[in-house]
Design a protein around this ligand. Structure first.
Ligand code: ZN
Ligand code: ZN
Length: 251
């Protein structure tokens, strides 16, 4: 799991295979819909992804106070969640993971390096920031599954390709999938707090590493096509090409 232990060539090959597989799959099984809303005081983007022709969905980063909005989305679209995916262990991304998972009897997926934050969120944000959760109890969802670098998981019929992207936290990951559009298939990537529109994640919290963060962005995100849509953990969507050309932190 050392960054750089796998070179760009060995990383790229399985990724291309995954993309090819996904194109075939989408022709047969409908379009992926992506819904989302900012949750809680940190305005953390919670995403819901579902194929058009199923009633199953995956929830990415259910943050603080996400449950009421999630229930509305589930009701409105007739969806039931089958898995929760966490881009990393920070409190603002996993706050509602345990109630959501346990209410629906579904697993949470997280990189093992960040798993400890599920039951001890203060360990991920340090003593100064964690004052406001003093006395609050957090625990892991009933079922927690590992995300490893290079994993290709099919959840709710949707293929998600994961890459380990440490730097914001030790266990940050990005997740790629593909959606059908009128102009053909388009790659999308959930970048968590690794890359934002015009910004990058902070690296001053426990486990953060500024150099590693830049390396992760270059090795896992800037290798993607310019047209890839980036859906970050905070703020609006962007594209890989736009960030490559304009993001001041990537110069
Ligand atoms: Zn974070
Ligand atoms: Zn965040």
């Amino acid at each position: 799991m050392l960054p750089g232990a796998r070179g760009p060539i060995t990383r790229d090959a399985p990724r291309r295979r995954a993309a090819a597989m996904m194109q075939d799959e989408y022709r047969e099984s409908g379009r992926v819909r992506v819904m989302g809303f900012p949750a809680g005081m940190f305005q953390t983007n919670c995403y819901i992804i579902a194929l058009d022709d199923t009633n199953e969905c995956v929830v990415i980063d259910p943050g603080q106070d996400a449950m009421p909005a999630l229930r509305s989305v589930f009701d409105e679209h007739g969806l039931a969640p089958v898995a929760v995916v966490l881009t990393h262990g920070h409190l603002d991304h996993m706050w509602s993971a345990q109630p959501l998972c346990d209410e629906h009897g579904i697993p949470a997926y997280i990189h093992p390096e960040d798993r400890g934050m599920l039951s001890d969120p203060a360990s991920g944000i340090g003593p100064q920031l964690s004052g406001f959760i003093q006395g609050m109890e957090f625990r892991e969802p009933g079922t927690v599954k590992d995300i490893q670098d290079g994993d290709l998981l099919e959840l709710a019929g949707i293929e998600l390709a994961f890459a380990h992207a440490p730097g914001h936290t030790r266990g940050s990951v990005i997740a790629r999938t593909q959606v059908a559009t009128e102009d053909g298939p388009r790659d999308i990537v959930f970048s968590g707090d690794t890359l934002f529109a015009g910004g990058i994640g902070r690296s001053d919290l426990p486990g953060g590493d500024a150099d590693q963060l830049i390396r992760s962005i270059k090795e896992t995100l800037l290798v993607l096509d310019d047209s890839t849509t980036v859906l970050p953990g905070h703020g609006g969507a962007t594209t890989v090409g736009h960030e490559r050309a304009t993001n001041p932190f990537l110069r």
